[in-house]
Design a protein around this ligand. Sequence first.
Ligand code: HAH
Length: 374
Amino acid sequence: MRTQFIAVAFVSLLLSVVVTGTLNKIPVERKIISSVDSSKGLKDYFKKYFTMGVAVSPRSLKTDEAGLILKNFSSITPENAMKMGPIHPRENEYFWRDADSIVAFAQNNHLKIRGHNLCWHNQVPRWIFTNAAGDTVSKEVLLQRLKEHITTVVNRYKGSIYAWDVVNEAISDKPDEYLRNSPWLRICGEEFIAKAFEYAHEADPDALLFYNDYNEINPIKGDKIYRLVKSLKDAGVPIHGIGMQGHWAINEPSEEGLTNTIKKFASLGLKLQVTELDISVYSKEHNARERKPEDNNSEFTTEKEAAQIEMYKRCFTLFEKYKKQITGITFWNISDRSSWLDNFPVRGRKDYPLLFDKNLQPKKVFWEVVNIKK
Ligand code: HAH
């Protein structure tokens, strides 16, 4: 009896020490920030304003990243699985497995899906612009192929995908050139853009259709995006929103640049979404390049961390200010464990552009972002 009592007392004492010890280990940032509650995920903090989304691969959904996604996001975007190259490798052959597995994950977990994308100059299948003899196809043939592709893909996921990036990056980065000199433009002329939206709308009249592009803060490029979207709208083309990719960095956007861009795009009366957000810890470059000796300094230093925090705070403060215009924010990748920026613009240069670290823990910048006054 007595020994039992001693044993129970000892165990309770041990438990209380363990529990108090755990409490004392709560990181300082979490204790001092009043509105922070660690049981909440990113999506819960922004519930009233934005759908918070993330770009995923089918593999990530089978790892510990799945738990992080479910806690923090209410929307997913396939990073690559629905692009034309991966999903339509040969003219009469679709590869559905990866896209289907992402859609199934979303449905099982009641997540929304943003589809990405239906027409782009990159990651296109080899067959798309040529015939069996290897000659470039005519405008009629290419538009017919585009129609068949868009109809089949949009139809398969009708009802599951609430928004599509229909045309991606059709604007040129060259200041004196309007549209990108891609095979789509060379073969079809400007018409392929309107056609892509029409085909998508015909296949799913309920889906929200977006034009999506990067370097949108640059005033020259931003004006061209505005011009394109306005011309589509004026012509009665079914377009419902503009996707600002949001591939930003410690040196951009400026407060003025982001404000002006949001105001300019919002003046078209369309929905705005930030579709591919990440903030690189290196100065922004829009073209791939060779590695230089200084690229070897790829540690996540306290200086880089501080600069990234300031930029994320600037962006989320403005998102919050323009919450009536912005309906969704999607991050491009899940955590600093892996990002497309690890290989762009410099192959193999590690970047740390997201809110979660390599161990999937929220970074200091996460707490700063969720603590922005609402
Ligand atoms: C985006 N392009 C694409 O929309 C996305 O599909 C891809 O996975 C990653 C980034 C951004 C971009 C680019 O393609 C070329 C130069 C600069 C930026």
